[in-house]
Design a protein around this ligand. Sequence first.
Ligand code: F6P
Length: 360
Amino acid sequence: MSTRIGIVTGGGDCPGLNAVIRAVAKAAAKRGWESIGFLGGYEGILEPQRYIQLEYQQLGSLLTRGGTILGTANRGRFSAKVGHGETRRLPQELIDGVKAGMRTLNVQALVCIGGDGSLSIAQQLFEGGVPLVGVPKTIDNDLEGTVMTFGFDSAVACATDALDRLHTTAESHNRVMVLEVMGRYAGWIAIYAGVAGGADVILIPEIPFTYDSICAKIRQRTHVEKHFTLVIVAEGAREQGGEFVTAVDQVANREARLGGVAHRVAAEIEKRTGQEARACVLGHLQRGGSPTNFDRALCTVFGAEAVELIAAEEYGKMVSYHVAGVGAVNITEAVGRLKTVSADGSLVRTARALGICLGD
Ligand code: F6P
């Protein structure tokens, strides 16, 4: 009987998911294995089962295509996160359902592609006896155990491009432009794009800000005839002693939806400095479109490595990017606590060395 593996994409989508699916299916086919892709996240494994056969000939256009051909879900029975990032335990019947679903389709192992939530689910399934490996996905780059998750570079490229565009209009109108980017409780997108896009103020969750500090920076720029200011703010950034800004009221048993901090920051800046300020929320543009070259390469290496791990029966591992190359770590090393920007790490120090205000 030939080996058959199943691929699952869970959580929010991001550029590069299809590139990983392609790489896994191609590397598996090279070994003479069959691959199927479950539709709609882990739900597709349960009855009524929903999946597609991933034939080698159909994989050609996937490298550059955004989104996921398998669909994904970040809510429902398999959502692992509630509130501000607390992990939920999976009921035993779901774990049993996944095992039964794999048996029905004769799937020997799963490749679970996801972020903190979906890989927390994967870890629980693994502990329940499901043979699987993980691939780290998220634009937020907040998984421990890997230098970079795929999707992050593409999101940073999008945010940097947005800053470049805001730069010219800010300068023309002598305005303060405040760009809000995603990232949940980590400031990776904001700090990378902020440094790459020449922001004057970078606000991240890891360093709570004060308006005094931000406004002092704006006044200092005015003093040297710079009559515009670029601010990039992570959706999870908050004022010292303040709360997270959430887009809508908290729904029970769902993860909090962050959003809206840019409007708050812009209004406060305008009130305090008298300078016109505008907010721009980049939103899901960061998750759409084609992956960058870096992400395409990373996804391809990750996908091929995931198949190697299955061949070696190294279950419970997540492929990970180290500076020296790609290796594997236990999924437990990646989930449960978020990897956040170090407040005295090299990027923050670089930002400070360039005179960028971090709001503290
Ligand atoms: O985790 C990825 C992410 O895009 C976060 O940066 C953001 O807070 C969240 O997902 C948005 O989720 P949704 O698409 O469900 O609004």
